[in-house]
Design a protein around this ligand. Sequence first.
Ligand code: ATP
Ligand code: MG
Length: 393
Amino acid sequence: MYRSFLIKYAEIAIKGKNRYLFEDALVGQIIHALKKVDGKFRVRKEQGRIYVDTEGEYDYDEVVGALKCVFGIVGICPVVLIEDEGFDRLVEEVLSYVDKVYPDKHFTFKVNARRARKNYPMESMEINAKLGEKILEAFPETRVDVHHPDVVFNVEIRNQINIYSVIVPGPGGMPVGTNGKAMLLLSGGIDSPVAGYMIAKRGVAIDATYFHAPPYTSERAKQKVVDLAKIVARYSGPINLHIVNFTDIQLYIYEQCPHEELTIIMRRYMMKLAEHFAKENKCLGLITGESIGQVASQTMQSLAATNEVCTIPVYRPLIGFDKQEIVEVSEKIGAYETSILPYEDCCTIFVAKHPVTKPSLNVIHNDEKKLEEKIDALMQEAIDTTEVIRIEG
Ligand code: ATP
Ligand code: MG
């Protein structure tokens, strides 16, 4: 029954001259998201509002599902738009709306009228009272409750009159593309897809790097990462996923360095390589799924050692999260089921029984000297053989 959707966005974030940038980015993201949905849609900006108009048949759940992935949207309101043809006509339309949308009339309501166009002959309070009366008359099972109504009938007098009462929550955040791009270190675990989602939510476009260690890690492990990238891309838009063959570097570190430092040294090389691809792709930072104290490589000392090799900012949106809190977001975004599939990760293949939890930078620097002979060539080879897959959400 709906021909249009009214898109609500948080206006506080976009005061002043940035407003149109935000709105244009949001329109662009909505158009992109609806490309995946069957049907004909038009997205338009009007008087500080964004509307999606539909033409012909479409699947309501698919449209709402696609819009729920667009950052910047706080509410999706299926709306009835009518021309202003006098108050009696408005009453008819509102009653027909109430009847269709609420087959069961046992609810409390209030009418919330707003005049964006002040030349309308009635004031908001008067519209509220009159429409309320008409609804009560037509549907005697309903009751008015102005404080805690089950349903709020919004009637907004604009160029057209907007009638809506359903507001499906959107994901919030900022439209992707309003805040540059960052490189996500994406593993097959629970944390990194959530970290990517959280930074994308702030308007940041995402590319990703995955460190693959064949034959120690399988094609299925790689496919799992591709699948996770697809899930993140539903929200972030297209991701260029870099798949780096990390095996020779790992083996070399394993041969040359003390095993309790393996993970830290390996993570330092991961950061260096990710930063290389970040710079190549105009990314302004790195993103990881690290959280303080979660494992030995994520103590404050370990994070400092990992961070030391980076020359661009490293964003760690999960830094203060407990595992349970991360799992909740993972489930919400639909990544959890994929993340828990039991495929091996390159980090778990060469782990020491007793990894250092308080690495000393002096010791690490000294041990890394043992890599001098071949590491540059191995890094270059890893870069040269990296496969890039474009992932669409
Ligand atoms: P996750 O659940 O994201 O795998 P984790 O708890 O297993 O995280 P670690 O294995 O210590 O933690 O990894 C910390 C972070 O380093 C990850 O969140 C991810 O950003 C990055 N990372 C780890 N392994 C890889 C990999 N194979 N490829 C790309 N990034 C990785
Ligand atoms: Mg991991």
